[in-house]
Every structure is written in structure tokens, then in C-alpha cells.
Design a binder for this molecule. Structure first.
Ligand code: PLP
Length: 380
């Protein structure tokens, strides 16, 4: 028997107390029981998103919420700037293209970031820009972009800042209202420790104002209708009831730990993972600020990173992720977000040492684990 371990950058493991909560008999969503559940969930989501605004849960994956953000705030032909420094930046571009938007690409080589000064410069040059779209944590490269800087650049212009926080909500600090982020998009299956199936959108005042003139087509993802219902403590359509039940449990767990402690835990797990990987002589793919959600690692010269992913799975029953697009075969990605703790990092690194040895690479056994333990031992 080999114990199964899910260590991919999403979906992430679901805690047993959440699984048990979701295993209760189905309830109807137009009942006092659901209303009490949704009241608690709405309040918890506002705390987690650090906003006074309603957070709108949608029955779709994160990409559905990304699409909702675009179609509710923009109009055909609108000029938008997209931070393109990974596969998820490219997803913004694909969505914007699908809806006929006029795109200014702010690109950077994958593994790097786009500095806020470039966003500010683009906004100065093109005052007709209506939106800036970016990731907070770019899960394909393991880079954390400067959303605070992007928000400062966007403030006072006619553009709104739309941030994909699918792999940063509940992982890295993103105070929506305090930083002035206009739209935050998230999903259930990363930091929120839930099964996939719920996306979230939160819009600030400036973004809600822009929805009034938005002409892009929308029906299922009409956020104005959704907000009208959520304000009455209802969902517009049948919600993903079981996941919302699990979400209440997750919000209680996060509140118990304390959200600042949740961020600190992720930061420590990420630092330990990076230390372990580097101690094994491997290079980090991120050349800019690394994401606390996952670590992208460059495969050793001559080793196809898909082989590393395959050996993790076949020899150890551990799921990690490879590289996407142009990074396929070159990098592998270790997730340490959500229901992840110190000894999960130790498992991932101990397995990495064995995987490298299995692939004929020289390994100083224990070096990766030791470096991680040193990070954990330092409580400062
Ligand atoms: C996982 C993820 C998404 C959403 O992907 P779905 O498969 O649609 O849930 C979007 N952006 C980022 C940065 C992600 O990590």
C-alpha cells in the first residue's frame, strides 16, 4: 500500500472535517437551514476577501469567475491591458479575445514579473484603457505579482484592476479594500481546501459603476442579478450546495487559525520548500518574488520534468504537477497551499530526493529535508 498524497498546485487536499460536513444529507437551497448557512458564509467571505462588498459565489470553476469579471465590467471593443507572464495571464488574453476586446499585452518572460511602473506607464500613455487584468499568484510559474503596485497605478484612472487571486486567496495577503483592488476572482479548490466547483467574484464601487455601462453578453454569469439575490441572502440559480456547506467549515477553520497566521504558515512552507529544493542543487523557476502557494522548480539538465512528475506518481503515489505550455518538460511544481503543513513539505522533499535518485541523479540524501527543517526550527 502506498498512501496517496495530493501535492499539486490545485486541486488541493480537503480536510476530513470538511469532507464530513459535505457528506451530510442534501438540503434545499430555499430553506431557513440554507439561509442560516449562507448568512454565516457571506460574513466569513467578506472577512477573508478583506472587503465590505458582497462576495458572490458562482457554481463554476475559477475560470468561470474570470469570465464573469470580464463580461460584467467591460464592453465590446474596450481597450484593456493584460499582464502576461504565464499560462494564466494568457487565459485572461484568451477570454478578452473571445469577447472582442482590444488588448494591450504587458508581457514578461515566464518566471519573471511585470513591474508596477510598467502598468503605470501604460495607463499614462493610454488614458482610454478600461481595465488592467493580472494574476496575483501566477500558478504556472510560481511568481507573485505586485498587485498592490498595480492597484496604486490604476487608482485615479478610468481603468479598473481585475485580479485573479485563485491561487492566492487565503494564502497571500490581499486586502482588497485597503489596496483598492476593483475586482477579486477566486476559486474553491486552492487555498480554500474545497473540491473544485465554486468560483468567487468580489467587485468594489468603481467596478460596480462600470457594470452599469457594460454591453458584453451575459446570462448565467450576470453579477448584477447575482448581487441582487445575494443581498437577499439567496443565490440566483441553484448553488453548489455541498461545497457551500464545506465552505462554512473552512471559514471556521481559517478563523480559528487566524487569517494572518494562515498567511504566515504559507510563507513558512514556501520558504522551507525553496530552501530544500536549492539544497538539492536545483534551481527555482521564479526569478521574481516567489508565490507562497507553490514552488516551480527547474528540472536538472538532461532530465525531462515530466519524468519527475511520473516517478513521483508511479513510485510514491504522490501527485505533483509539471510545466504547462512552453514550460512543459522543463519545470515541475510542488503545491503547498490550503490544507498543507510542515510535514507535508518534508514528505514532498524526501520524495524528491528519492525521485532524483531513481532517475540516476546524484543526491545527498537528507540535504533537502535538512534545509527545510532548519527553516521550520527558526521560529522568528
Ligand atoms: C487554478 C487557477 C485558475 C482557475 O482554474 P480552473 O481550472 O478554472 O479552476 C485560475 N487562475 C489561477 C492563477 C489558478 O491557479
Amino acid at each position: 500500500m502506498k498512501k496517496y498524497q495530493l501535492m499539486a498546485p490545485g486541486p488541493t487536499p480537503v480536510p476530513s472535517e470538511v469532507l464530513l460536513a459535505m457528506a451530510q444529507p442534501m438540503i434545499h437551497h430555499r430553506t431557513p437551514e440554507y439561509e442560516a448557512l449562507f448568512t454565516e458564509v457571506r460574513a466569513g467571505l467578506k472577512t477573508l476577501f478583506q472587503t465590505e462588498q458582497e462576495v458572490l459565489p458562482l457554481a463554476c470553476s475559477g475560470t468561470g469567475a474570470m469570465e464573469a469579471a470580464v463580461v460584467n465590467t467591460l464592453s465590446t471593443g474596450d481597450r484593456v491591458a493584460v499582464v502576461r507572464a504565464g499560462k494564466f495571464g494568457e487565459r485572461w488574453i484568451e477570454i478578452c479575445k473571445a469577447y472582442g476586446l482590444d488588448i494591450l499585452e504587458l508581457g514578461a518572460p515566464f518566471g519573471e514579473t511585470v513591474p508596477a511602473a510598467r502598468v503605470a506607464d501604460a495607463l499614462r500613455r493610454e488614458p482610454r484603457l478600461r481595465a488592467v487584468l493580472a494574476q496575483h499568484s501566477e500558478s504556472s510559474t510560481g511568481v507573485l505579482h505586485d498587485v498592490r503596485g498595480y492597484a496604486a497605478a490604476t487608482r485615479g484612472t478610468d481603468a479598473i484592476l481585475i485580479v485573479d487571486a485563485v491561487s492566492s486567496l487565503g494564502i497571500a495577503d490581499l486586502p482588497m479594500d485597503a489596496w483598492g483592488v476593483d475586482v477579486v476572482v477566486a476559486g474553491s479548490q486552492k487555498g480554500l481546501m474545497l473540491p473544485p466547483g465554486v468560483g468567487f467574484c468580489a467587485l468594489g464601487e468603481k467596478a460596480w459603476a462600470q457594470t452599469k455601462t457594460s454591453t458584453l453578453p451575459k446570462y448565467y454569469l450576470n453579477l448584477t442579478e447575482e448581487k441582487r439575490c445575494v443581498a437577499k441572502n439567496e443565490a440566483h440559480f441553484t448553488p453548489a450546495v455541498s461545497i457551500i456547506v464545506g465552505l462554512r467549515q473552512v471559514l471556521r477553520m481559517l478563523a480559528r487559525e487566524g487569517v494572518p497566521n494562515v498567511f504566515r504558515r504559507h510563507d513558512r512552507l514556501a520558504r522551507a520548500t525553496r530552501a530544500g529544493v536549492e539544497a538539492l542543487g536545483l534551481a527555482l523557476f521564479a526569478k521574481a518574488t516567489p508565490s507562497p502557494a507553490l514552488t516551480a522548480v527547474v528540472a536538472p539538465a538532461g532530465v525531462d520534468s515530466e519524468r519527475i512528475v511520473a516517478v513521483y506518481s508511479e513510485a510514491h503515489n504522490i501527485t505533483i504537477a509539471g510545466g504547462q505550455g512552453e514550460m512543459k518538460g522543463k519545470i515541475f511544481r510542488l503545491g503547498h497551499m490550503g490544507y498543507a503543513a510542515e510535514f507535508d513539505v518534508i514528505v514532498a522533499l524526501a520524495a524528491l530526493e528519492q525521485v532524483l535518485a531513481d532517475l540516476g541523479q546524484p543526491v545527498d540524501f537528507g540535504a533537502g529535508v535538512r534545509a527545510a527543517q532548519k527553516v521550520f526550527a527558526d521560529r522568528a
